[in-house]
Design a protein around this ligand. Structure first.
Ligand code: FOL
Length: 158
């Protein structure tokens, strides 16, 4: 599996149940990379997606402890084991904190959008720069949108 995430300088991803950033170019790239594949998310992340439902043109798998949840355009799974049985090796983990942390051990590649801003956050992605098991394999050109500078960085497990 692989993960995709946008982080602040301190690897923050969210605050009060919302994303820290909504960068159009980044979301377009997210869509381009994930369309046609499986996306794996937690129930809280599902609730932050447009319409609170699964993303179009993708197989959406949602981890939840609620047996009765029947979201639109998404299938539910109730344990990482059940998830791993359903997700193929090119599935994308799309968050949030709890699911990234649980599934990172199964990921071999992470697509990080680094936003050069430090904003308050209460949800984080593990800092891969401090983990010797992760190596940067590609760094994009710095870009800017609506006053936010950001850069695409790809990590691989070594
Ligand atoms: N990864 C990255 N790099 N950036 C993100 O913003 C991001 N967001 C999530 C997970 N990984 C990410 C979770 N949140 C949409 C909205 C929120 C979201 C993920 C996706 C979304 O609306 N996606 C549309 C894009 C439409 C557009 O182009 O604006 C999609 O169809 O993928």
């Amino acid at each position: 599996m692989q993960a995709i995430v946008a982080v602040s300088q301190s690897w923050g991803i969210g605050r009060d149940g919302q994303l820290l950033f909504r960068i159009r170019a980044d979301l377009q790239r997210f869509k381009a990379l994930t369309t046609g594949h499986t996306v794996v998310m937690g129930r809280k992340t599902l609730e932050t997606l447009p319409g609170g439902r699964g993303l179009p043109d993708r197989r959406n798998l949602v981890l939840t402890r609620q047996e009765s949840l029947t979201p639109d355009r998404a299938e539910t799974v109730h344990s990482p084991e059940e998830l791993l049985a359903l997700a193929d090796s090119d599935a994308f983990v799309i968050g949030g904190q709890e699911v990234y942390t649980r599934l990172l051990p199964y990921c071999t590649r992470v697509y990080v959008t680094k936003v050069f801003a430090d904003v308050p956050a209460d949800a984080f992605f593990p800092n891969l720069d401090k983990d010797p098991h992760w190596q940067i394999v590609s760094v994009g050109k710095p870009q800017e949108e609506a006053g936010l500078r950001f850069q695409y960085v790809e990590y691989r497990r070594v």
